[in-house]
Design a protein around this ligand. Structure first.
Ligand SMILES: *Cc1c(COP(=O)(O)O)cnc(C)c1O
Length: 385
């Protein structure tokens, strides 16, 4: 039997056509599709600028570089996220600190963030876990008051298409200096690999674009030898090659047009799960509000001890019934690297650890048929019931 993965992209004939058009054209890399994708994403989210780059990870790295964060600075990541949210601080020589998350919502709150802030905090990176936006109003109020020099960067990799409680789309810069997304195939819009940063600040947008491309500039206003000639460029600080090729942008653009349809299907499946899984023993369905979440993943909390079964056994039994699962995530500060770097140990992040002990992500992606959804529900009832 084929195994349903926890998430998967949906590529249709018009997506293939869009990439084929680029292959038949003049530009494989920095052609017109980059600006088209940037414009479409900025418009969709209500941001002034969008800067596309090679991955969500390089977007986070660029955000740190553009903000001038470096040695002696601290950044704050949630303890429960994908590794990259914290790693971006290490890339620039800053010290990552971690805040705990609420066990049930798996979100950062202002209360949980507070103890991780210090006079050296220069960046705070809230994560909209599973697609449900966290309370940015309370978080930004705290950060602006306590750490006026810090930038706020929303890691919105799970939340493209989601909405804040007041209806503002995730990606609007109402509370943060930058918001970033990943265009990895398991996220909402696939570009192969890819990332994008949104900002309303002209200075940050300019620096992000410069640092994405080796730090190369041709801006006559900044050149030390402005009359050298049309071939001439200068480098005033070191950047990287974090460019996103036209091939990927064309795929991303084609996929972005389907975002609403994809989101509607994710919501529909989540709604069916809510209803069908509510009475599973020792199991809680996610507390996310169905209308505002982008439903990147559907995550159950199972009290395996009360159930009397280990998670390993449950995962293996589900797999035998064709249902793949995943655990999002092992707490980042408990990774061997961060245990050594920061001296973290079990018990330091009770919310994240309690979540990790109970978490189980089940399949949720737009290409699932109704039959697939029912197969997952039946397997869960058979294994847990
Ligand atoms: C996927 C993801 C990233 C990294 O994005 P890539 O495009 O895979 O580099 C960062 N943060 C979170 C929360 C993610 O889920």
């Amino acid at each position: 039997m084929d195994i349903l993965p926890y998430g998967r992209h949906l590529i249709e004939p018009d997506d293939v056509e869009a990439v084929g058009d680029v292959l038949r054209g003049d530009w494989l890399t920095q052609g017109p599709k980059v600006a088209e994708l940037e414009k479409a994403l900025a418009e969709r989210c209500g941001a002034r600028h969008a800067v596309a780059c090679s991955s969500g990870t390089s977007a986070l790295h660029l955000a740190m570089l553009a903000a001038g964060i470096g040695p002696g600075d601290e950044i704050v990541s949630p303890a429960l996220t994908f590794l990259a949210t914290a790693n971006c601080g290490v890339y620039v020589g800053a010290e990552p600190r971690f805040c705990d998350v609420d066990f049930r919502t798996v979100q950062v709150t202002a209360e949980l963030l507070e103890p991780a802030l210090s006079a050296r905090t220069r960046a705070v990176l809230p994560v909209h876990f599973a697609g449900q936006p966290c309370d940015m109003e309370a978080i930004s109020r705290l950060v602006r008051e306590r750490c006026p020099e810090a930038i706020l960067v929303e890691d919105a990799c799970h939340a493209l298409g989601g909405r804040h409680p007041d209806g503002t789309p995730v990606g609007s810069l109402r509370w943060a200096d930058m918001v970033m997304f990943s265009l990895h195939p398991v996220k909402h819009v696939a570009a192969g690999e890819g990332g994008v940063l949104l900002t309303d600040r002209d200075d940050l947008a300019e620096r992000l674009a410069l640092l994405r491309n080796h730090g190369m500039t041709k801006d006559p206003g900044t050149l030390t030898r402005p009359d050298e000639g049309p071939w001439y460029y200068e480098m005033h600080e070191v950047g990287f090659n974090f460019r996103l090729p036209d091939l990927s942008c064309a795929l991303g653009l084609s996929q972005l047009r389907k975002l609403d349809r994809f989101l509607a299907r994710r919501r529909e499946i989540a709604g069916r799960y809510h209803q069908a899984l509510a009475d599973l023993p020792h199991t809680l369905t996610p507390p996310a509000a169905a209308e505002t979440s982008a439903w990147h993943i559907y995550m159950l909390h199972i009290d395996f001890a009360a159930l009397g079964r280990s998670r390993r056994d449950v995962v293996a039994d589900l797999r035998e019934r064709g249902v793949g699962t995943q655990i999002h995530y092992y707490p980042v500060p408990l990774q061997p690297y961060y245990r050594q770097l920061g001296g973290y140990a079990e018990g330091d992040f009770p919310g994240a650890e309690r979540h990790y002990a109970r978490a189980l992500t089940i399949p949720l992606f737009p290409a699932m048929s109704d039959g697939d959804v029912e197969r997952v529900i039946a397997a869960l009832h058979a294994v847990l019931g």
